[in-house]
Design a protein around this ligand. Structure first.
Ligand code: NDP
Length: 400
């Protein structure tokens, strides 16, 4: 008997809820809580009250309120699909109630766009002492990309040296400017300075200034920009043989031009301003006027290609492999009414939850995805809509 409480009822959550609902043998009872009850009720109507047994409103910024809800529902696992700001209060509530925890994005303070695991890693001892487990970053990137890296290290190399994670959205949603997941979180992430790991230290670049034109499977050549992404931090820690680790994301010219203008006029700022006698945060206002990422799903065409290039040594010889998934927006829409970015995050959250509930991944403490055996996760990706492929490359596609 397993009981899961999912917090957050946005784009990613709707995919996770629907995927969990279809697997009664893994998820006996599903409960959903979020800030806006009507969104939870709408999902319950879609999947049925027999599978989504209860819906609640909760302010997940308030650890006591979350603990009270956990005490009422008594889940075996809390799946946090709210926003990164809520990671610590929800972890505190899990500690108070001795309940396992999973999320898809690392904690970020609301008043500072700072992406690092230090705050959540600081819970390691407390989670171990309480005999509970936290699985951090069980989305696609972070998440699947960490597992791809662990899988490559386990099956293809004696030692891994160079890591390049690439994230391409080759889709077209027909909007002038929109983000594919929560706009506030997304814009905070892409407007920060670029950062990558090389020869034992972090190196910084101006935001979105380092570009490579990469050829993506079943999509074609796309301009790809170096940026920091949170899984780099845990991967260089857990694979100390890495000499370099970078992350690349594709952006079209129209997207970058919009972003440049919005930044130039201060609309992406997170510093509050006075507006008609009220304090508002420009980026929060921008989020309110941009399309809801969920609304992009209908009519979205094209595919994503997210993967991991890894170069390392096997039997004394250098080689490079690419592990990747293609995900088709329209196919996701037909299956669960979502676009591929929500789908590629929501499915790994379900898989991580399933592996925790059935104790395949089971260790008290706070862990990143690459710290577990990748094989069962990789097998479930193939079974649940995110099949992957491995290509042995003749050489790395990146300029050395
Ligand atoms: P959405 O904005 O669509 O959904 C967030 C949900 O959380 C909303 O339902 C929102 O409520 C709820 N929420 C926000 N604040 C609170 C609060 N204080 N208390 C309770 N509920 C709250 O975001 P997404 O679904 O796009 O993203 C969800 C998470 O997934 C984010 O953390 C994001 O960073 C992460 N992500 C991870 C990826 C990966 O590959 N690892 C990729 C994409 C996203 P309301 O409806 O009232 O606003």
């Amino acid at each position: 008997m397993s009981r899961v409480l999912i917090i957050g009822a946005g784009g990613v959550s709707s995919v996770t809820v629907k995927k969990c609902a279809r697997l009664p043998e893994m998820f006996d009872e599903i409960y959903l809580a979020s800030r806006t009850l009507s969104k939870c009720e709408a999902l319950q109507k879609e999947v049925g009250a027999d599978r989504l047994k209860g819906v609640f409103t909760v302010d997940a910024d308030n650890a006591d309120a979350v603990a009270e809800l956990i005490n009422k529902v008594k889940p075996d696992l809390v799946v946090n699909l709210a926003l990164p700001y809520q990671d610590l209060p929800i972890m505190d509530a899990c500690l108070a109630t001795k309940t396992d925890y999973l999320d898809t994005a690392n904690y970020e303070p609301k008043d500072e766009a700072k992406f690092e695991y230090s705050w959540q890693w600081a819970y390691q001892q407390k989670f171990q002492d309480a005999g509970i487990m936290a699985l951090l970053g069980s989305g696609f990137d972070p998440g699947v990309t960490n597992v791809y890296t662990a899988y490559a290290a386990k099956h293809y190399f004696d030692e891994i040296h160079y890591l390049d994670i690439v994230d391409c959205n080759g889709g077209d949603h027909g909007q002038a400017f929109a983000t594919n997941f929560n706009p506030e979180i997304n814009i905070r992430e892409i407007t920060q300075r670029g950062r990558f790991w090389e020869n034992g230290e972090w190196k910084e670049t101006e935001p979105l200034t380092v570009r490579e034109d990469l050829d993506y499977q079943n999509i074609g050549v796309r301009a790809s920009y170096l940026m920091f992404h949170e899984e780099l931090e845990s991967l260089v820690k857990h694979f100390p043989t890495l000499k370099r680790a970078r992350f690349w994301m594709t952006f079209g010219d129209a997207y970058l031009n919009h972003l440049k203008v919005l930044e130039g006029i201060g609309m992406t700022s997170i510093a509050p301003i006075d507006f008609q006698g009220q304090q508002i945060v420009p980026l929060e206002f921008l989020k309110a006027v941009l399309p809801n990422p969920g609304s992009l799903a209908e009519g979205y065409t094209g595919k994503t290609c997210i993967g991991t290039y890894i170069t390392g040594i096997k039997d004394g010889k250098e080689k490079t492999i690419f592990i990747y998934n293609n995900c088709d927006h329209a196919v996701c829409y037909d299956e669960v009414g979502a676009q591929a970015v929500s789908y590629t995050t929501g499915v790994p959250a379900m898989i991580g939850a399933a592996l925790m509930l059935n104790k395949t991944w089971n260790k008290p403490g706070v862990w990143n995805m690459e710290q577990f055996d990748p094989d069962p996760f990789m097998a479930m990706l193939n079974d649940h809509g995110l099949p992957w492929h491995v290509i042995e490359c003749e050489s790395s596609p990146f300029a050395k």
